[in-house]
Design a protein around this ligand. Structure first.
Ligand code: 3HC
Length: 322
């Protein structure tokens, strides 16, 4: 009895010290003591984020061969590569918490892990590539710039580079939309169609409303997330509506209105049931995305084997030389 009591007491004082550090704005590093629940929340969020980046390569990647010019093709190729890199930084950040890459990838391929619902919608025209960059990466930048001040060091450092690249992607996407909105009638219609299709999915990227977000209270208390889902969603709407207006496109929301009192737009709440359903089932293109990902893992197996063999040979050669 006495032993359990001592352990409980030690645990409580470690937790109090951890929370004091969090309140103090300290950055938590991998070898620091942390509550098991903090570790679990982080692995969950960082691995879902990594999966979103990796799966996010697919809806745009399938336009690389159909990009309308060499310049567009180069830009898109670089963007898709960047997303793959983001996935790698994030998997590496989750590994510092004890998660293994194999387990995370297996969870994704077996359909046990969530990834952003944005990636489950199909990109039906070239304008969708512009809209994904402008709205999807634009929402990503707003969400992840806030996360730069997250309490976990390796996640914050991965995000610093990701945010710089995502903001470039947002500009690239908006530039595609500007060109199309400025084009002939058909191009303008394609741009408007893409905005109509991607507006609601972009708003869903911020997660369910605050009062329906089970992870938010602990995540915000421990400063994993620094601002709430609704705060960030509002910031996105306020920043993006003027960008749409500047190029003569109409945001597809009949309830959209500037609210002088709150200094921001009123807009239609997201469809939370749809968000949670798509997050769970993978929605329209979820099966295609996982099938493509599984094929990529299988087809890339020989490359990974060859690289490991090469690395082993180099180590042996270095050992012999020493
Ligand atoms: N898609 C899929 N699942 C979602 C989701 C979405 N849009 N929004 C919420 N969810 C899931 C959550 O993961 C959570 O699932 P779980 O409890 O089973 O793990 C559940 O719905 C309830 O949501 P919560 O609000 O409680 O979850 P969080 O507190 O984690 O908030 C979040 C959700 C705001 C997405 C937060 O996890 C976050 O900020 N994550 C980091 C950023 C990120 O992952 N962005 C994904 C896009 S990647 C990107 O920007 C690439 C660019 O190229 C487009």
């Amino acid at each position: 009895m006495e032993n359990t009591h001592t352990v409980d007491h030690e645990e409580a004082s470690r937790l109090a010290e951890f929370e004091r550090r969090i309140d103090n704005g300290d950055i938590i590093e991998p070898n620091d003591w942390m509550p098991a629940e903090y570790r679990r929340l982080l692995i969950r969020q960082i691995s879902q984020h990594a999966h979103s980046e990796v799966i996010g390569m697919l809806p745009e990647g399938n336009w690389i061969s159909r990009a309308p010019s060499l310049r567009r093709k180069l830009g898109l190729l670089a963007k898709v590569q960047d997303e793959g890199g983001h996935g790698l930084y994030l998997y590496a950040a989750a590994e510092t918490l004890g998660a293994t890459r194999d387990d995370m990838v297996a969870a994704l391929l077996e359909g046990r892990a969530k990834y952003s619902t944005l990636m489950t919608y199909p990109t039906v025209t070239w304008a969708d590539v512009g809209a994904v960059g402008w709205l999807g990466d634009g929402a990503g930048v707003i969400n992840q710039t806030s996360l730069l001040r997250t309490s976990y060091g390796p996640y914050a450092r991965a995000l610093a580079r990701i945010c710089m690249e995502e903001s470039f992607h947002q500009r690239q996407g908006y530039e595609i939309m500007c060109a199309m909105a400025d084009g002939g009638g058909e191009q303008r219609r394609m741009a408007q169609g893409a905005l109509d299709r991607w507006w609601a999915p972009a708003l869903m990227m911020f997660g369910p409303p605050d009062d329906a977000s089970p992870n938010s209270s602990l995540s915000m208390r421990w400063r994993i997330k620094r601002e709430s889902n609704d705060t960030l969603r509002q910031r996105f709407v306020d920043a993006t509506v003027p960008q749409a207006e500047a190029i003569g496109l109409r945001v597809p929301d009949p309830q959209l209105r500037w609210n002088e009192d709150k200094g921001g737009y009123d807009f239609t709440p997201i469809d939370t049931d749809e968000l949670l359903r798509v997050a769970k089932t993978g929605g329209m293109a979820g099966l295609d995305r996982l099938t493509a990902r599984r094929a990529a893992v299988e087809e890339g197996a020989w490359v990974r084997r060859a690289m490991l063999t090469h690395a082993r040979k180099q180590r042996l050669a270095a050992g012999e030389a020493a």
